[in-house]
Design a protein around this ligand. Structure first.
Ligand SMILES: [Zn+2]
Length: 252
């Protein structure tokens, strides 16, 4: 919770306003209501999808103050220092266990490829996996890899290494490909122009496909296996992402 509050105060929570400022997306609208900018304050307090929850919890006498803050630091400070109670519970306690982040898989901007990676560790045995998807969420490629016994940090580094390695091999294939077909040449030129990387941390709940792949790798043989076609289980998760299904991430 403290980490989360630090991220909120320092505007480290990745929302569409941040993505828009960095030029990653064309619109900063909220992914839930689609009517207002998706700022951190909007996601945590003002969006219609969370506002009803707060209105149900807050005493009528505190509603105006709660929704009146413009500065997120002042709002957080008030929420954490208020002395009124909900039943027998102090408001700061109710507030902290009620903060819910709604997260969903977000496709990359048009022309980009999203590489989602995940690691899993179980009794020392570690696995990693990645999925490669286009701007529509369509499956391009995936892999899962059984690693030797290692810590989470090393597993994450292996995940990044393997993901970039597979991406680089794909890039080399594109650059070396001599199709002789005009329309394919045009496509390859476009792909070359788009060979750039951006790294973003996302929550596990918004990374269901890669997380499933990493989990399903446990018990397998050591090494990497490429996945050309998604299984029926992966297809269900891909469909859920494409339908913009949200998952609640409760911070407590
Ligand atoms: Zn909203």
């Amino acid at each position: 919770m403290l980490v989360f509050l630090w991220e909120v105060v320092h505007e480290k929570i990745m929302v569409n306003v941040q993505r828009f400022r960095r030029g990653w997306i064309n619109l900063d609208l909220c992914m839930s209501c689609g009517t207002q900018s998706e700022s951190v304050l909007h996601v945590l307090r003002d969006c219609n999808f969370i506002k009803g929850c707060w209105l149900n919890l807050l005493p009528a006498s505190e509603v105006q103050t709660f929704f009146g803050f413009v500065d997120i630091r002042e709002w957080l400070s008030w929420c954490l220092k208020s002395s009124f109670c909900i039943g027998e519970l102090p408001w700061p306690v109710v507030f902290m266990v009620t903060v819910v982040i709604r997260v969903a898989w977000i496709p990359a901007a048009m022309g980009w490829i999203t590489i989602n990676s995940s690691v899993r560790q179980n009794s020392g045995a570690a696995t990693c996996a990645s999925s490669f998807r286009d701007s529509y969420g369509k499956w391009l490629l995936g892999f899962r890899c059984v690693l030797r016994v290692c810590g989470v940090v090393e597993a994450k580094l292996w995940a990044i290494y393997h993901a970039l390695n597979v991406a680089w091999i794909a890039v080399q294939l594109l650059q070396g490909q001599d199709s002789g077909v005009y329309r394919l040449q045009s496509l390859i030129i476009n792909c070359r122009a788009l060979i750039r990387f951006r790294v973003v941390k996302i929550y596990r709940e918004a990374n269901m496909v890669a997380d499933y792949l990493a989990s399903s790798a446990h018990g397998g043989v050591f090494g990497m296996s490429l996945i050309d076609l998604p299984s029926s289980s992966i297809k269900l998760l891909l469909d859920a992402d494409c339908m913009n299904v949200f998952h609640d991430r409760i911070i407590n």
